[in-house]
Design a protein around this ligand. Structure first.
Ligand code: AMP
Length: 281
């Protein structure tokens, strides 16, 4: 597998591939696990060539400690990718390659999608995400790009980005891959103790029960129930739980027929911030 660190070299290689073959892009921040692998496998099954990027993007971190502690496992990542296919190019630029002047994000109007949930608690996060993904789209010019529903709000933001910037790429959303006991896979799970990693299954268990309740009760009752569940559990600190419509991500008022809803959650466990979500109908 080719590992490329500069935009110039990547463009050279892309030119060699020509325009005839389909090209898929899977942007990641590394510390790859089976969740990432599922995106990469889907990309390989749908495209002749695939670029996986690994870049821990500083402008999407609002917390320096979170950035500093972000796990880096490049040797394992290379092995994981090589085991999937030899048709993949890995792009792992340095920060100075992506941000040659200042390490600052651009500003986007995501029409409110960025103002709720992750956007409310992580200042400028989605401007940072937009900046790196727009840059990757510019360099790679993929036909399709793959994003996990694990970060559902991010997936909606990327769809909006392609709309407002008129970028001709098909955005493919991929299912959430979970650990055996139900915790959504995340690079951050590595920072949990073995005991808490098991116990954190409570987050998904709560989402599943919230889904059942959503079929029978109004959204506010479900939200209150979730808040109480977490109050009764010392190991977890709930940051937010919201039920929103999947298009606008605005918190639900009254259930409307034919509208799709999703529940979103962010929880601190041993100082590690975990997020998850579930389709409700
Ligand atoms: P990250 O490296 O965390 O930025 O994630 C890179 C991509 O992998 C994003 O599109 C994520 O949504 C996706 N991803 C991360 N974890 C999972 C998971 N457990 N299941 C599915 N996709 C995931």
């Amino acid at each position: 597998m080719q590992v490329i660190k500069t935009k110039t070299k990547l463009k050279e290689e892309l030119n060699k591939l020509g325009d005839q073959l389909s090209l898929g892009l899977v942007p990641t921040m590394g510390a790859l696990h089976d969740g990432h692998a599922s995106l990469i496998k889907k990309a390989v099954s749908e495209n002749e060539n695939v670029i996986v990027s690994i870049f821990v993007n500083p402008t999407q971190f609002n917390n320096q400690e979170d950035l500093d502690k972000y796990p880096k496992t490049i040797d394992n990542d290379i092995e994981l990718i090589s085991d999937i296919s030899d048709r993949i190019i890995l792009f792992t630029p340095e920060v100075s390659e992506i941000y040659p002047k200042t390490v600052t994000p651009k500003t986007y109007d995501f029409e409110g999608l960025d103002k709720v949930m992750e956007g409310e608690f992580r200042d400028d996060h989605f401007n940072g995400v937009g900046t790196i993904v727009e840059e990757l789209f510019k360099i790679v010019q993929p036909n399709k790009a793959y994003f996990g529903e694990k970060d559902f709000q991010q997936l909606r933001i990327i769809q909006k980005l392609t709309e407002i910037k008129d970028i001709p790429v098909e955005i493919i959303g991929c299912d959430i891959i979970r650990e055996e006991h139900g915790l959504a896979m995340s690079s951050r799970n590595e920072r949990l103790s073995t005991k808490m990693r098991q116990k954190a299954a409570f987050i998904y268990d709560t989402l599943k029960t919230a889904k059942i309740k959503f079929g029978m009760e109004n959204a506010l009752n479900v939200k209150d129930w979730v808040i109480d569940e977490f109050k009764n559990h010392d190991d977890f600190e709930l940051e937010y739980f919201d039920i929103t419509d999947v298009e606008t991500l605005t918190p639900m008022q009254n259930k409307i027929n034919n509208v799709k809803y999703r529940a979103f959650i962010a929880v601190y466990v041993e100082d590690v911030r975990l997020i998850d979500n579930i389709a409700l109908n």
